[in-house]
Design a binder for this molecule. Structure first.
Ligand SMILES: [Zn+2]
Length: 477
């Protein structure tokens, strides 16, 4: 017996097919099983599928689910404890990070995943050291995930004793162990949950392992047919390490190693020049742009516009809650458009439709899922969201002479207007409520775990280095 068909009707459809946003007025999509079987005008689809279960999308925008190309969900218990400071890593994050237990990391990851899901993110690229229950929760909640276990050669005991300006100490045994752990994780999870969960090779950064190990990672990724998800030129620290150790800046170093190809998702490019960004794009690598995080942590707008102009594919990422401080692609679309206009003092740079494509079809292609998701297209996975256009901040809806929906989705939406989220044909959020997890319990557990982390930090003498203690003392927080 064939699967029942579900029809979503009367929506403002943004299919993201073609060069633009692929608008269809009074549009419908038909879903059978996990896939879209038809996309088009409501009258035509209603006639073709008279027996279908119907979801009415009147006054809603129907979009492909959003792609978040770079997250560290396990850091969610540290939301809001590390921003507005210099040396973010050392003076804000590190004293907290070392007290993040596996239980706290898992509780944070669950919170972050729910947060992103409710804001319409259906594909999550999560970059973390796997803790028990992490991938299992992705399986349970039902989103699409591309998980990257961290690979580096940093000492397992941590970087205690390391001083800014010193070369990182490498530990080859730790490096080999992290590669083995990533391989074992890939064997367990690549293609799991009916293919919703896939694995990428999470090379931490070019400065965090020796050259030979970086090359091993590339060979391994090629052998296993996996993409590489790696921070590239992610800060002045990295460039300093690369210059000291190899006498080359990161992009030239990676180019010489043959690393800059379509297998690589290069995250951040914070310190890359426009010329370096264009080189990386021309070589075929893809970029994950984290506007909110890099703006808050570094005060920098990465060269995504130059990357794009050179023909590269750009995806958006929310990064981590301890320095962004939210995991919400609506937020990233707005910040990306604004920051780049401001950087170039030009309001025509990164228009709304361009960043909406980065959050959907272009992002899907950049992360290697362009054949599966990112647009509403017959044969693709049924990953989609309904956004309530009757929300006060998205009203009025106008069609002529200028249609105002896409600009309002990018500049006015918060993500809280997302009413329904579907992944692989399954409704995960309805009327703004998560159906596949207990949201209240997840929030309570994250609160409990975060308080325990904070207590351990307060008991650790290292916390006296926290840069935010002074504003705290002055009553500014
Ligand atoms: Zn990152």
């Amino acid at each position: 017996m064939p699967n029942a068909v579900t029809l979503i009707v009367h929506g403002h459809l943004f299919t993201m097919q073609g060069e633009g946003v692929g608008y269809v007025p009074d549009g419908a999509v038909a879903i059978e099983g996990t896939r879209l079987v038809a996309v088009g005008p409501t009258p035509a689809l209603a006639a073709r599928f008279p027996q279908a279960n119907v979801i009415d999308a009147t006054d809603c925008a129907v979009l492909p689910g959003l792609i978040d190309a770079h997250m560290h969900t396990q850091l969610a218990p540290l939301r809001g404890v590390a921003q507005d400071v210099s040396h973010w890593m050392q003076l804000a994050l590190a004293p907290y990070d070392r007290h993040l237990s596996d239980e706290a990391a898992l509780a944070g990851s669950r919170l972050n995943i729910i947060e992103a899901l409710k804001a319409g993110t259906t594909t999550m690229l999560d970059y973390d050291t796997p803790v028990p229950g992490w991938a299992e929760f992705y399986q349970q909640v039902g989103v699409r995930a591309r998980l990257a276990p961290v690979i580096n050669a940093l000492p397992p005991a941590g970087m205690a004793g390391w001083k800014v300006g010193d070369l990182y100490p490498f530990d080859e045994a730790a490096g080999r162990a992290s590669i083995e752990a990533a391989l074992a994780f890939a064997r367990d999870w690549h293609g799991a949950a009916e293919g919703r969960i896939t694995v990428m090779v999470g090379a931490h950064a070019p400065d965090m392992m020796p050259r030979e190990m970086l090359l091993d990672v590339k060979r391994l990724a090629e052998r296993e047919g996996l993409m590489i998800h790696m921070h590239v030129a992610q800060g002045d620290r990295e460039i300093e390490q690369m210059m000291k150790r190899y006498g080359q800046r990161t992009p030239a170093y990676l180019d010489a190693l043959g690393y800059l190809d379509e297998q690589l998702l290069a995250v951040h490019l914070t310190e890359a020049t426009e010329e370096e960004a264009a080189l990386i794009a021309r070589r075929g690598a893809h970029m994950a742009l984290c506007s909110g995080s890099i703006g808050i942590i570094d005060g920098i707008v990465p060269p995504a516009h130059a990357f794009h102009q050179a023909g590269g594919l750009v995806a958006l990422g929310s990064d981590q809650a301890c320095g962004n401080n939210c995991n919400n692609i609506f937020n990233e679309m707005k910040l990306t458009a604004l920051f780049n206009k401001i950087r170039y003092r030009d309001p025509t740079v990164m228009p709304a439709w361009e960043v909406l494509r980065m959050a959907t079809i272009e992002g899907a292609r950049a992360v290697g899922l362009g054949d599966e998701t990112g647009s509403l297209e017959e044969g693709k996975q049924a990953d989609l969201i309904l956004v309530n256009l009757r929300a006060p901040n998205l009203s009025p809806v106008l069609q002529s002479p200028i249609r105002n929906i896409v600009p309002n989705l990018v500049y006015a939406a918060s993500g809280h207007e997302v009413e329904l989220v579907m992944v692989a044909g399954r409704v995960l959020v309805q009327q703004g409520r998560v159906l596949t997890a207990d949201e209240a319990a997840i929030r309570d557990e994250a609160q409990t775990q975060a308080e325990q982390v904070a207590r351990r930090v307060a008991e650790d003498p290292l916390h006296h280095e926290l840069a935010l203690l002074e504003p705290m003392r002055r009553g500014w927080l």
